[in-house]
Design a protein around this ligand. Structure first.
Ligand code: KG4
Ligand code: ZN
Length: 338
């Protein structure tokens, strides 16, 4: 406790970020430490699960110690421990989970397992103090693309998801095809600003009428086919135009479906979350469409869009307040459903 307020220590290790945070009363972050492995995985063009696990193991105790120090508290002050237990890479999840269990056991503190996507949505509560459910959320990251109806802090319902690649995965794959490097999302975001989105057009994949699902695997092939045909014809490729065209196609589908879901389900707010929610064009398009349709739009700053532990601590707080505590047999679930 700090000044009579509940303190949460949270750990996140589902992919390639080893992260720990201390939260005060759920929505205020006293520290938010993120140790990124991006520079290591860059060498391989994507996350190598075995390498990720080893680095989590090397870093996790240091990151947790730093989170507690930076928050200006002691481990004894911590009331509850929140941790991501899925979805994610199983070896990576296990490191964070085993660490959280050890701290919970040693300090006799409640352990709260958190769904990673629930955490991403909660990132918005940290920055927007007035935000309350209900709302329509779009969780869009390297591993997930979901339209989620959020009816209460601990209640949500997935209305649609990707049938193949996640949106962030599509960004990363197209960036690789364009020779841009990893992770591709921020690089395409920047490059597309210099391109003309109309110059090279890609198919918008809306699927069946009324569906809130997505399919992004075809667009990577579309980009690849375009590059091959231009190369064969000996024409120069304008990568900025390709990046802008790719982004326009993907974002049109994402924005249209999310706004439609909000209107159809009588929601007056749209909440963006996940790494791709950091995308500047995505934010602009949502701003425009939400304005037109009288919807209020929320999104976190980029550091809370990508993986972090503050969002996990916030989700753990709401679970704990609802009496949802895990026991020490909690297992890592790589394909955990929401
Ligand atoms: O949420 P996150 O850190 O990890 C997962 O849970 O997957 O998201 C990482 C993903 C990567 O695919 C990355 O390329 C993408 O988010 N990303 C972006 C941007 N920043 C990160 N995609 C598009 N535009 C960005 N500015
Ligand atoms: Zn994530």
């Amino acid at each position: 406790m700090k000044d009579g307020k509940l303190l949460t220590l949270a750990i996140e290790s589902s992919c390639d970020e080893t992260a720990a945070a201390v939260m005060l009363e759920g929505r205020c972050s006293l520290s938010n430490i993120i140790s990124s492995q991006i520079d290591i995985h860059k060498l391989y063009g994507g996350v190598v699960p075995e390498i990720a696990s080893r680095h989590h193991l090397d870093n996790v105790n240091r990151v947790v110690g730093q989170a507690i120090d930076e928050a200006g508290v002691t481990f004894e002050d911590i009331d509850i421990i929140g941790v991501t237990y899925g979805p994610g890479l199983v070896g990576a999840l296990l490191i964070g989970l085993a660490t959280a269990k050890a701290y919970a056991l040693a300090g006799d503190k409640p352990l709260i397992g958190v769904h990673h996507i629930q955490g991403h949505i909660c990132a918005n509560y940290i920055e927007h103090k007035e935000l309350k459910p209900p709302f329509m959320a779009l969780v869009i990251s390297g591993g997930h693309t979901n339209i989620v109806e959020v009816t209460d802090y601990n209640k949500c319902h997935v209305l649609g998801g990707t049938r193949d690649d996640a949106a962030g995965e599509a960004y990363d794959k197209v960036a690789r095809v364009l020779g841009l490097g990893y992770p591709g999302g921020p690089l395409i975001d920047k490059l597309a600003r210099e391109g003309n989105p109309e110059a090279v057009q890609f198919k918008r994949v809306f699927l069946e009428k009324g569906s809130l699902d997505f399919s992004f695997s075809g667009i990577k092939t579309g980009v690849l086919n375009y590059i091959n045909s231009e190369e064969q014809a000996d024409r120069e490729i304008n990568t900025a135009d390709v990046a802008a065209g790719f982004q326009a196609a993907v974002l049109e589908v994402i924005v249209t479906k999310t706004v439609r879901a909000a209107i159809d389900m009588n929601k007056d707010k749209i909440v963006l979350a996940g790494g791709v929610a950091a995308n500047s064009r995505l934010r602009e398009m949502f701003e425009e469409e939400c304005d037109k349709n009288h919807l209020k739009l929320y999104y976190p700053s980029p550091v809370l869009c990508t993986d972090n532990a503050a969002m996990i601590g916030c989700a753990a707080y709401y679970k704990y307040m609802a009496g949802e505590v895990s026991d020490l047999t909690l297992d890592a679930i790589p394909n955990l459903k929401l």
